[in-house]
Design a protein around this ligand. Sequence first.
Ligand code: HEM
Length: 476
Amino acid sequence: MGYLEIFLTIIFCSVFLLLLIPKNSLSRLPRNWPFIKLMPTMYLKSHKLYDKMTQVLAENNGTILFKTSWFTNLDILRGSELRKAFDFLGEAIFIKDLDEWREDKKFTHSFYKENQFHKSTPKIIHHTLEKGPIPVLDHISQQNQALDLQSLFNRYMLDATCLMATGFDPGSLRVRFPESPLLEAMDNMAEAVFFRHILPEKVWKLQRKGKENVRSLLTLNHILADYVSKKQKPATKNQQTEDFDVLKFYLSGSDIKGSSKKHTEETFLAENKMTLLFAGRDTSAALLTWFFYLISTNPLVKTKILQEISQNFPPEKRLFSKVEELSKLIYLHCALIDSLSLFPTAPVIIRDPTEEDWLPSGHKVDHKTKLILCSYSVGRTSAIWGKNWGEFKPERWLSDKGGMKHVSSGSFLAFGSGPWACPGRELAFVRMKAVAATILHNFGVRVSEGQRMSPSLSALLAMKRGLKATVSCTWM
Ligand code: HEM
């Protein structure tokens, strides 16, 4: 991060908190508020940003109104401004205004309902687990080295998502973590999203990394265009495959029921350009990291997960990829969902009302208001989860009959809710369960001691310094 970025980030955090926090709550916050003096403190304490929001929300019945200032970007990031900040995503669905979004949802979400898509998921999981985590962790366990689990999951999710989206495995998760232009470009762009989100356009355009981001965008475009052109060449008999991928689905040019649009390679690049890669990779990879951290501090939960696996599967089983098999792992599902409730990897959801309305709290909103729904705080509210709200407790998701309890979206916002809710939720759980079960069943994972756990300052709730661990092989 450059000095300008660090400085502006500090300003953003300081102002955000100063304006966010009602006066009667100030006494609970670090003392010595004068602006300049606290900048370094705020930067150091930025990991507590979401906790402070939660505390203040709890003191104000869950809703607060705050006004932003001219040098933060929160007020102006709407409509065309939001589009500018995310221009590199093309016509991505999640930056569209309501009317456009309604029209495009039928089109962009169409493949999630395809039978072929569901059939291809276990094959993709099998392929990527066999090529990635298994040999990589085997190798690491023999070398007696530590590795960064977050980096492993980032690479895994990139390969699995890219294979689903384009039919090509970029192979970024291999022994010795090879250099991957796609991975590097994605990481640069993810960082750019955050700064473009919080800083005024003139400032983010001046960023030292501006040129680097342009290069990353060119790299991403080049790689995706290359995948499209390879797909357009007639396949030889050996290359022909029945497997589904989103690019192939688009190239087939089929009509979508209820939508005036047609699938073509241009629409794949324009509408879905990187949306799937970003939405499908980082959220799941970050959550797996929090999950491994939580089970390392709660050995009883880990023991119960391992018991559930050994009760349902033979010891010699290596890979978990079939949806029916994974559906037997209910306690594991509960542990993942409780991790997500405590550490929602998309910690805030932003909405811009199009017209005047009233919130259930009695606050009036209009087109000038920005609504920030804090899913992080929802998972840490005693009114919803009772006294032990901060504890990692998968049991709270188990029904009396041993299945999953139904929890309303008001109590769990990690995937959003209503018509905007995440279309990848089911896929996300299948993939995260497959990775977690395969690793836990075959390897002993020991999170290294003495690490400082804090979230990164980013729109995504990931671990700032990753999660170091050593592994031992338990299957030989
Ligand atoms: C732990 C994993 C995941 C989490 C926590 C997550 C969370 C979210 C959230 C909070 C939203 C915004 C909802 C809203 O605005 O109300 C969203 C949207 C979206 N997600 Fe996910 N997601 C995850 C995995 C995935 C996966 C695996 C995919 C697909 C491969 C995916 C695809 C999308 C898409 C396309 C949207 C935009 C939908 C729209 O605006 O119509 N997500 N996700």
